[in-house]
Design a protein around this ligand. Structure first.
Ligand SMILES: CC1(C)CN=C(N2CCN(c3ncnc4sc(CC(F)F)cc34)CC2)S1
Length: 494
């Protein structure tokens, strides 16, 4: 049991954000195995005290954040919780005595038993999507965890039992584990979404499920111990309520992400870089790279390490451009996000990314069109053919996402904002968009996806291609009618 070292003990009682950062620094810089359970309990306790604490707790005003006093966290409080966690996990699995020579690798049964130990000690029914349910502090004081929290607790449990081969695998909306001598075994350890039967203990889908965005085409983030620390730091939730954040918690999260960034532990973790970018946009740290560079680094990471199969790096960047009224750039980011999703088949497990594209198509883009069409500036995006091209690429990606999928994506609710948006561009602007056809060797896809009627469509950058079989001298008006008629026919068939 790793647990408390003298250095940790010396940093107690924890009275400031700085001392929490010191403990993380020690675990990351001076140990090979940062103690996931200990670190999760500590940040969970700090987050809980500052976001769910007593409303009339003494608020420090005009104190420098890093030294602002926290409700003091005593060493014995943390130690009690730590030992409670170890007892629960140890009690659930009888691990054979550690034989010092041979390294022990986890088995599917062991992983399932640890998952059951966590699963069976959760409260019977609670609101699973509530905030602040991600840490072991929440688990040990309230028997509540969200779906990420269960996955994290299982990995922390396996670490506490001495299995250094069990690691967290992360997609953009799910978490599972890899384990075994070559880390080639996989296992579900938590639930996903609402009303879905959990698949705990099973290996990760190889069949149709693998084609869905939820499993990112088998390009998940495979964590090291330090990246698991980055995951628990990313999961810190500073929200006090729907409109306010506890700025000390946001500051702690931001400083810990910079610590992990400097140590190189975010290099292969696009979402953590994106989270840091969001925090820097809200409150930039002097002397640090600006948030727009961080969003670009997240995209590079996804392109370099995950075969550009992740969507969120582009929606982090698109959201930044949108909030900063950089609409042409936002269209480009969203078109690039659409180029990722077109490579997948839509499955009912993909609701989260469906909602993301729905919000962009039906809220954000219409808002931009409204704002842009009220002004008459020559610089308006309505005069830019490259913006029209990006919008076509964006919508086309969603159409291709639907092609070959068992579940439809588009419905009439998509068509109205779509047609409304496209028709805001004058004919002479639309005419400047170069829609070219090329041989459909569309190698920019997971594999050649064929549509129901055997047609294929491919597209890269701003060249939009409709395959030979469908190839008429398509003007975009035909395209609009094609999309409209498809959607209406879907509507009728339902
Ligand atoms: C562009 C966005 C809408 C802004 N925030 C986004 N996030 C995406 C999800 N977030 C994450 N940030 C770090 N790591 C992970 S692992 C994971 C899947 C879960 F099941 F484990 C989610 C996630 C953080 C917030 S995407």
């Amino acid at each position: 049991m790793a647990g408390f070292r003298d250095i940790d003990r010396a940093l107690f009682p924890i009275k400031s954000i700085t001392s929490v950062i010191e403990i993380f620094k020690h675990h990351l810089e001076r140990t090979s195995e940062p103690d996931l359970a200990l670190l999760s309990i500590i940040v969970g306790a700090v987050e809980n005290s500052l976001t769910c604490g007593r409303p009339n707790a003494p608020v420090q005003i005009c104190e420098p954040i890093e030294s602002s006093r926290l409700p003091s966290l005593e060493y014995h409080t943390i130690e009690l919780l730590y030992n409670k966690f170890y007892t629960i996990i140890k009690g659930a699995v009888d691990v054979p005595a550690k034989n010092t020579t041979k390294t022990q690798y986890a088995t599917r049964e062991l992983v399932k038993k640890v998952s059951d130990a966590v699963w069976n000690t959760l409260s019977r029914s609670y609101y699973k999507d509530r905030a602040h349910l991600q840490s072991l502090y929440s688990y040990l004081t309230g028997n509540k965890l969200d779906c990420f929290g269960v996955a994290f607790a299982v990995v922390a449990g396996c670490q506490a039992l001495g299995f250094t081969d069990v690691h967290l695998a992360l997609s953009e909306d799910h978490a599972w584990v890899v384990f075994g001598e070559t880390s080639s075994e996989t296992a579900e350890i938590t639930w996903h979404g609402k009303g879905n039967e959990d698949k705990r203990g099973q290996e990760i889908g190889k069949g149709v499920a693998a084609r869905s965005w939820l499993y990112v085409n088998n390009k998940p983030v495979i964590c090291t111990r330090a990246m698991e620390v980055a995951a628990l730091v990313s999961a810190i939730n500073p929200s006090l309520n729907a409109t306010h954040d506890a700025y000390e918690v946001a500051y702690l999260q931001q400083e810990l992400l910079w610590l992990l960034y400097d140590l190189g532990h975010l290099t292969k973790y696009p979402m953590a870089i994106g989270n840091l970018g969001d925090l820097e946009e809200i409150s930039s740290t002097s002397g640090r790279i600006p948030c727009d560079i961080l969003f670009r680094e997240a995209i590079s990471s996804a392109r370099n390490y995950y075969d550009n199969m992740h969507v969120y790096p582009y929606t982090y960047q698109g959201g930044y451009f949108y909030r900063n009224k950089m609409y042409k750039e936002a269209f480009e980011s969203w078109a690039n996000a659409s180029d990722v999703i077109r490579k997948y088949n839509y499955s009912r497990d993909d609701e989260e990314i469906y909602k993301e594209f729905l919000e962009i198509a039906n809220e954000l883009i219409p808002h931009i069109m409204k704002v842009e069409s009220s002004g008459f500036s020559a610089n308006s995006i309505l005069k830019k053919p490259e913006c029209f091209a990006c919008l076509l690429r964006f919508y086309d990606g969603i159409c291709q996402w639907e092609e070959g999928s068992a579940t439809p994506v588009l419905h009439i609710g998509w068509a109205k904002p779509l047609v409304n948006t496209i028709s805001k561009f004058d004919a002479e602007v639309r005419a400047q968009v170069n829609i070219v056809c090329e041989s459909n060797n569309g190698d920019n896809k997971m594999e050649q996806k064929t549509q129901a009627n055997g047609n294929t469509s491919c597209l890269n950058n701003n060249n939009y291609c409709i395959s030979e079989k469908e190839n008429r001298n398509n003007t975009d008006t035909d395209l609009i009618h094609a999309i409209e008629s498809k959607v209406i026919s879907d509507e009728n068939s339902e």
